[in-house]
Design a protein around this ligand. Sequence first.
Ligand code: GDP
Length: 301
Amino acid sequence: MITVLSGGTGTPKLLQGLKEVVDPSDLTIIVNTLENDYFSGVYVSADIDTVMYTMSDMINDELWYGVKNDTFITHERLEEIGCGELLRIGDIDRATKIQKTQLMEKYGLCKACEIQAKNMGISSRIIPMSEEDSEIKIITDIGELEFHDFLIKHQSAPEVLDLKFSKVNPAEGIIDSIKNSNAVIIGPSNPITSISPILSLDGVRDALKDAYVIAVSPIIGSDSVSGPASKFMKALDIEVSSVGVASLYDDFLDLMVIDNKDEDKKIKVNQIINKVIVTNTIMNNLDAKINLAEIIIDSIP
Ligand code: GDP
């Protein structure tokens, strides 16, 4: 049994490799819910949906958002009638989100995801990190912004001065899953807005201290591969490098995987984390994803 902590871009890439290397029914994926919110009347849990679409081979893996080859008839019509929406939601994706919204009202988010994953033929367990919605505020040079306003409306352009999110309770099953796993993999996800919300849940850090934990750095050189992770790290005074990422996980991490381009940082990362593997972590094709997944699985004692 392996538990994976995931956001919605870097780790799903690794999941595409992992599901070829291990039996998907041996995977439990704990997914960030920090950014969940309602848009156009439907509940959008972007990272959860990305993980579900990834595990069912439906993902649009150019955008790491939505369903591949989706149509946008409803989105375009909404714009025509003056109901333009911040998120570009595809028609098939919207159907998933409408179903999730309805299931959630009846059963809560975790059960809704369990039902949807089963309907999609996914044998892995996908657990949202919490049943509760988080509040997140990004403090920028143009004022306080909601996460999606910062990310989409302002295209992550404002300078980030600080970032705050509320504390929520862990979903049922998360701590047990970590405790019962042979290893926990922290994929190369945004350490501030995807992984740190999961780590902030009561009991998670303590459970990780007793587990064998492997993390892949989402920072290569002095920047993130994609997205605003480096901006958030800078705002919180964390060195933007694999060394900075290592420092965030130093109380529980057993093995850190860093990129070939960061060979020069190996000694510094090693001063923080016991074991370090240097390899290609840029997952721009399936072979690279499978290779990285194999290296990680082979490293589990
Ligand atoms: P989000 O929810 O869309 O922000 O996605 P995640 O938090 O899962 O992932 C964002 C992080 O993934 C960014 O910090 C990227 O640097 C990292 N990332 C994306 N692709 C890759 C890759 O191929 N290799 C590595 N090492 N990191 C990646």
